[in-house]
Design a protein around this ligand. Structure first.
Ligand code: DX5
Ligand code: ZN
Length: 222
């Protein structure tokens, strides 16, 4: 049986106590944290950047990050994430003029390469670069904000990406981001996700640990 993993997105955490919020979800057994970087240009919101990751690392919190860059231009940001416990850097194909060059910049700092596909983004962006990827992130909302409604038509896209990955016979992870909750996680995993990014459903709940356990139980039962 395939093990699907819950990856908390700290976009919906309480930034006043960010270190504590991260430690809470680590207690629930999560070992990867999703980190949304928004620039008020590629998306209309402004969030966090490498300085915050540096503070987290310097505070002694030991965890790996899954950095989701929603920024354009994006190339100049990438080197700033070197040596900050970043496992993956995921970019959007529309945020760069030269996708292959951007991918090579991520490899150069020894991070896994992720490509994010917005709900309306064509799968053709994968045609020539799929072999270069470690992760494909399917967005189930339009990027920019936490707490949005899951777009159900994306389930078909998750299935399509699953079969492209299987066909490629490469070790590429399929992650799904946006609007995932206790009520729809079953559909997401049954469509073929390897991991699910969950923001508001965890950080807006009364008990993070309980919510992560409930999500994990659903995964185990399915
Ligand atoms: C949206 C971000 C997501 C967001 C998910 O643009 O990429 O990672 O934090 O949050 P929820 O789970 O609340 O949709
Ligand atoms: Zn994200």
């Amino acid at each position: 049986m395939k093990r699907v993993v819950v990856v908390p997105s700290i976009l919906s955490a309480n930034f006043c106590r960010l270190g504590k919020e991260i430690q809470e979800v680590l207690k629930a057994g999560c070992n990867l944290i999703h980190f949304d970087v928004m620039d008020n240009h590629y998306v209309s919101n402004l969030t966090m950047g490498p300085m915050i990751l540096k503070s987290i690392k310097n505070s002694g919190i030991k965890v790996f990050f899954d950095v989701h860059l929603m920024a354009s231009p994006v190339d100049s940001l990438i080197p700033l994430f070197a040596n900050l416990n970043v496992q993956f850097i995921t970019i959007h194909p529309e945020s760069t003029n030269h996708l292959d060059r951007t991918i090579q910049l991520i490899k150069k700092i020894d991070c896994g390469v992720g490509l994010a596909l917005n709900p309306s983004t064509s799968l053709h962006f994968l045609d020539y670069v799929i072999d270069e990827l470690d992760l494909i992130l399917v967005m189930a909302v339009n990027p920019g904000f936490g707490g949005q409604k899951f777009l159900t038509y994306v389930l078909k896209k998750i299935q399509q990406v699953r079969s492209l990955i299987d066909k490629s016979q490469k070790n590429i992870l399929l992650s799904v981001d946006g609007g995932i909750s206790l009520s729809n996680i079953v559909n997401v995993i049954q469509s073929g996700a390897d991991y699910v990014v969950v923001g508001s459903a965890i950080f807006h709940s009364d008990d993070y640990l309980k919510t992560i356990r409930k999500l994990t139980d659903i995964i185990i039962d399915n």
